[in-house]
Every structure is written in structure tokens, then in C-alpha cells.
Design a protein around this ligand. Structure first.
Ligand code: GLY
Length: 345
């Protein structure tokens, strides 16, 4: 059952609407009220739209009493290991040289610890390696060869992550780059799809009100080798504060890094915004600060997408993005479903 808006919610909403009006923005699209778990103390699992199996699995494990971070990671492992999701893990689209490089981070609210890996090759489940970084080192982030050595040391199996479908997509991209190189145009002249920055995030709140989260990705398709997006950066692609709530992101990582997106969403919730309002506020900042003509389309709006997903300590949750049409997966303890994201335009 939806929670009626409280005074703090109403004020935050009014403030946001006024700010949007002053900036000449279209009215922000809010849900009528904050979404929340039907009963106090009921667990919640929230994920990006590619995470319906993730939220289902995470809820199964939360109900079985497993730790919230283990539940979230087991949920995203399903997508990391799925060759058909070309934005995450095995089967993810490679960098410009045809090598799949994965990024992931996780945060465990109850212990306020985190782990991350970036530009990790050959391992299907970077989220699990991130958790081992958290548990077995005094560091937070390992990158590249060091991250791979570390994964090997802990017995992770190495695999060629480049599937046939991803290899073919990469070859087509490479052959379409320029008319002045020695590659002939690809035979089937179907248009190239936009370069995805798809990713998966999963946030959990258990029946003890403990919060955890994980984000994992193969990053921007055909990126420059070594490019790292927001997904392994604590405070950008993920932030968990066990006293307040959590946020994860998908979409253009550079915009999320520049805005310290997930961290600011959590701070907004600390100051009384609902999860949805908190996400919309940061999206608005991202739009305001995007001034590079290369990143703008008509009406001075960004030519990219960013999505935030958030949950607070009370079990309220929400998702939002820049443009209409987004969805997110949520299991609120009674049902698993896709919900419409709020949006700016
Ligand atoms: N959000 C995923 C990335 O930009 O790499």
C-alpha cells in the first residue's frame, strides 16, 4: 500500500518543482506517493530493468535469512553469467580492441565496508571478486592486472568472456568506424545500435533494516582500453549508508562520476527527500551541469541517459532517469514487478 505524503515529502516536492520551474525545465514526473514495502520490516530488493531475476533471487535469499549483500550479489550473478545480457559480465560488449573489461563494486551497510574491481578481464563474476577485495584486503579498489592476479589467487576460474554475438557486434562497429581505413563496410548495412552503457545494480533491505548493494557492468561498449565508468566507484555507481539508505546507477558513467551521483542521492534522503525525489534532484543537477555541446541535443538537453535506483531505511524505494520510458525491477516482499521510473523530460 502506498504511503501518504508526509510534511517533509511535501516540502521537498514543492522545492523541487519550484527549482524545475525556475530553470525552465518541464515539470518533474513524480509518482503520486513514495513507493514502499507493504509492511514495516518487510524486506525489499530493487534493481535495474534487466534485474527481474535478480530481485527474485535476492528476495528468496533475504527470506531465508541470508546476509543482504550475499543476496544482492547472488541476484546479479545470474545476469553476469548470462551471455544474452551484453552489458554485464560474460557476453558483455568489449573494449575497442575486442577485450571484455568488467567493473564492479559492493557495499555492506552493517559493517560499513566496501570492495571494488575495475578493468577486470577473464572473470565472469566481478561482483564476487569485489566482495573478496572487501573481505580479504585492507583496500577498497583493485584494477586491471592486479585485480586479475588477486582473483586468480582466490581461485576464480578464468574464461574468455567474448561471446560470438559480442565479437560480431564489435567487428561490425570496427568496420563501420571510418571510410578511410582498410576495413570494408560490414556486409549487412543495418544501422549500428547506440553504444550501450547498460549495467546492473541491486540494493537490498532486510528484515533487520540492514542495507547493502552491488553494481556490476562491462561498461561502455568499445571503450578505450582501461576506461573505468561509475560502476566500481564508491559514491558514484553505488553508495550505501546503513543509517539512511542506498543508491545505485546505470547509464553514462562519466556523468555519474562527475556528480558523485549515488552519494548525493543518499545525502538527499538524509535531508528528507523520498528516494524518488532524491534521484530526480541529482538528475537535474546532471542536466544543469552538462554544457559541453558534444553532450547536448535539442533544447540544451543531454544526449545521454542516466538512471538512479534508491531505497531508504523505512523501506521506501524509487527509480528515476532523465528521459521518460525507464523502468526498474523491485520485489517488495509480496510481489516482484517492473515499475515505471520517474523522469525529468
Ligand atoms: N554505468 C556504466 C558505465 O558507464 O560504465
Amino acid at each position: 500500500m502506498a504511503k501518504p505524503l508526509g510534511m517533509a515529502d511535501t516540502i521537498s516536492r514543492r522545492t523541487l518543482l519550484a527549482a524545475a520551474g525556475a530553470a525552465g525545465l518541464a515539470p518533474l514526473s513524480f509518482s503520486q506517493s513514495a513507493q514502499r514495502a507493504p509492511h514495516k520490516g518487510m524486506p525489499v530488493a530493487i534493481s535495474s530493468a534487466n534485474g527481474m531475476r535478480t530481485t527474485e533471487k535476492a528476495m528468496e535469499l533475504l527470506r531465508a535469512g541470508q546476509d543482504g549483500l550475499d543476496a544482492a550479489i547472488a541476484g546479479v550473478n545470474i545476469v553476469e553469467e548470462d551471455p544474452n545480457d551484453m552489458s554485464v559480465g560474460y557476453g558483455g560488449l568489449p573494449n575497442e580492441r575486442g577485450v571484455v573489461e568488467l567493473d564492479s563494486c559492493c557495499m555492506h551497510g552493517p559493517t560499513y565496508r566496501a570492495g571494488a574491481v575495475a578493468s577486470l578481464r577473464n572473470i565472469k563474476t566481478p561482483s564476487r571478486v569485489a566482495k573478496v577485495v572487501m573481505e580479504r584486503t585492507d583496500h577498497v579498489l583493485l584494477v586491471g592486472e592486479g585485480a586479475l592476479e588477486f582473483a586468480r589467487m582466490h581461485g576464480f576460474e578464468e574464461t574468455n568472456l567474448l561471446t560470438e554475438a559480442a565479437r560480431k557486434a564489435w567487428v561490425k562497429w570496427k568496420e563501420s568506424l571510418s571510410k578511410d581505413d582498410d576495413y570494408l563496410e560490414p556486409p549487412a548495412a543495418s544501422p549500428l545500435p547506440a553504444r550501450p552503457t547498460g549495467t546492473i545494480t541491486c540494493l537490498t533491505l532486510n528484515d533487520k533494516s540492514e542495507i547493502s548493494g552491488v553494481t556490476t557492468t562491462s561498461g561502455l561498449a568499445y571503450k578505450i582500453p582501461g576506461r573505468v565508468g561509475d560502476s566500481p566507484i564508491i559514491g558514484a555507481g553505488l553508495y550505501v549508508d546503513n543509517q539512511i539508505g542506498a543508491c545505485g546507477s546505470t547509464g553514462r558513467g562519466e556523468a555519474v562520476i562527475l556528480s558523485c551521483g549515488s552519494r548525493i542521492v543518499v545525502e538527499n534522503m538524509r535531508h528528507g527527500m523520498t528516494p524518488e525525489e532524491a534521484c530526480l534532484d541529482v538528475l537535474k543537477r546532471i542536466c544543469d551541469y552538462t554544457v559541453d555541446p558534444l553532450l547536448l541535443r535539442e533544447k540544451g538537453r543531454p544526449n545521454f541517459e542516466v538512471n538512479f535506483y534508491a531505497v531508504n531505511k523505512k523501506g521506501e524505494f524509487g527509480g528515476a532517469r532523465i528521459y521518460r520510458g525507464g523502468r526498474y525491477a523491485v520485489h517488495d516482499g509480496t510481489q516482484n514487478r517492473l515499475m515505471d521510473s520517474a523522469y525529468l523530460y
